[in-house]
Design a protein around this ligand. Sequence first.
Ligand code: ADP
Ligand code: ZN
Ligand code: ZN
Length: 776
Amino acid sequence: IGGGILISEVIVDIKNKQVNRSFDYKIPAHLSNIIDVGFRVLVPFGSTKRVGYVISIKNDTLYKKNLKEIIDIVDVKPILSKEFIEIGKTIAEENFSFYAKVYDAMIPSILKSKYQKVATIIDFNNRDGELKEIFKRKSVIIDNLSIDKQRIIYSSFKKGLVSIDTKLKRIPDDRILMVHLVDQLYESRIKRIRELIEYLIECDSDIEAKVIKDELNITEADLNDLISKKIISTYYIEPESKNESVEVVNEITLNTDQKKVYNSVSYNENKIYLLHGITGSGKTEIYIKWISDMLNIGKSSLLLVPEISLTPQISSVLKSRFKTKIEVLHSRLTNKERYEAWKRIYNNEVKIVVGARSAIFAPLDDLGIIIVDEAHENSYRQTNNPKYDAIEIAKIRAKNHNIPLVLGTATPKIIDYYKATNSEYELLELKKRSNNMPLPKCELVDMREELKTGNRLPFSRTLISNLKKNLENNEQSILFLNRRGYSTFVMCRNCGEVVKCPHCDISLTYHKYKNILKCHQCGYMRMNVESCDACGSDKIKFVGNGTEKIYENLQSILPDAKIIRVDTDTIKSTTDYESYYTKFKNHEADIIIGTQMITKGLDFDDVTLVGVLNADLALYYPSYDSYEVAFNLIEQVSGRAGRSKKPGRVIIQTYDPNNYVITSAINHNYDDFYNMEINKRRLQNLPPFSIMIKLSIKSLDKIQAFNEINMISSSIKSRSKSKVFSPNINDFKRKNDYFIYSIVISLVDDISVDIIKNLYPKYQLNQDVILDIERI
Ligand code: ADP
Ligand code: ZN
Ligand code: ZN
């Protein structure tokens, strides 16, 4: 091949291990000079036509024989920039994901629906010959024309006589389809249908069809079948109007500390800053200053925040500052709104994008700054396919654009703080709250002492008396517990048998309200047991405290208090979240009891008491960073108290009062905690002194899974210095009937990295054994 024939390298939109690579196609002459990197094209694949992403243009190929030709273009402009094509390759390769899936994740889903291409003649009155025949009117739909005529249009397009645009064939429906359960007693043989019925019974209200499809793997056909059998019915509702009231906010003058931080960032340089500022120190105000500066010099800004912080309050504050220049991407947007927002960003109509994890893919050019708020949050990592870490992508983008990246947080990750103390990042600090209010006072309660005095309740006497005092003063309280449901497990007092999930082998949690037992891993549910499955005894005991039980206990101790429970059982959607938020804000409740959902973003003036019911729970989580997570949790949740004029107070209940996590958290002393923790990590060769990865093998066959994981572990042990924590035969997890064996590897050399990279192709073709590699 030669003579100016162009080849394009295409990722075909098929998610299959065997085709997870690019294919070469010839670019037909009439489309040369049009097709570029980032276009989607229609290509022949086997006997089908498929859409693909063009990832490079070249003039030679190894597959000269049988080289097929691109059929048509899908877009008339690149849908993904060269930057994103490259980032997509990196993500797919580092996380062993499908290329097509990664690119799909970068564009709004509506763009994957049917298009029409419309050609418009620029000078209608002076068209001649062939064009006169095609353009009877000013515009025509290209897709309906013969190939010959299409060729003429594309060559006229290249000469600048014709413009081409794309139009969605069908503007999607914005209405929301709701599902209503008609027949509660229906019994299906199909597991997912049974789960659906149970889910609808448990929710006790109508549910969006989309939620059902996403969460329970229910298909359109399932729904239609159930409708025809009159088991369910469906109806449409209009989406709530999102005319957010825009709060008018006065400009704030930065205080001295804020100014210092603000001035420390240099704009035209690729540098990573770690902004360590305690809660309420005014970080957000500094972000706004940087973003305004960018706007003034015509550059765009990207602000990533955790989804849970994207409350209507935050967006209305930002919108009042930046008017039409800003796009806030949150999960409540409909597909159509998301698409329209994307188009405005793509067309350079907005300069500021605020959004959760996936906003890192916002197609902003001329980026001037990227800011990640609450940078310690795990939610920046997407753990299901395609896996990616938005902060890692932010680093790549900041480097590509030669701009600063700011990581803001009150509780930096140990790894980040280590980098900041070793000049890899520049450290910026805010040590005071902007209104000079002190951080809330923390008080420790040793729960072992409570037990000695005969108090078996999950609440200490101090906590109860403070809750009562708050009720009398009409102030609000937040209680934090890291466990939902009623009790953690159900055990037979006669034989010790614990009721477990048949698919996952973990204990089921009792949910009293519905009188069911539920698996928190796979969602399996069964009715509560009256007698033991193993020995038949009826001496059933409920062990451990969940939010539901705590709620019930507390209500009986404080019968006059209005209490709300907030966890994933009571909060199913952002609307639920907002309704409880408003309720608490308007002081229609006195106490919130909740799980981690309540640790962030809540900013209520009247909250003066925060109680952490069992601070130790997080400490015993089997992960190298459990202490870090526990410290962050306590710090974040105590930051909810005393944010405004009234001083706050925090009560931390623990069985381990001498643990350095607890002692440094009660003094809000990050430095102390960091010093202890980094020493431990250094001694044990844990991150940042190594890279930890978790490698899992999943199979329906237990022995096969165990053998595979052992082979991998011994090949790493024999050839590298990396430490491998291997399992024994009984250390498996079960999930959806699969047996899962995992090894944790602390990587200290490149040899093990190579061994692991080489593993992947081996398992690519194997459908029985599934390999999963995850950085932890
Ligand atoms: P952070 O993000 O660090 O937790 P915020 O930026 O949300 O803190 O600031 C906390 C509160 O202090 C907000 O209500 C904010 O409006 C206010 N604030 C921040 N900076 C100033 C300032 N310089 N002067 C007065 N109020 C400020
Ligand atoms: Zn028993
Ligand atoms: Zn299960």
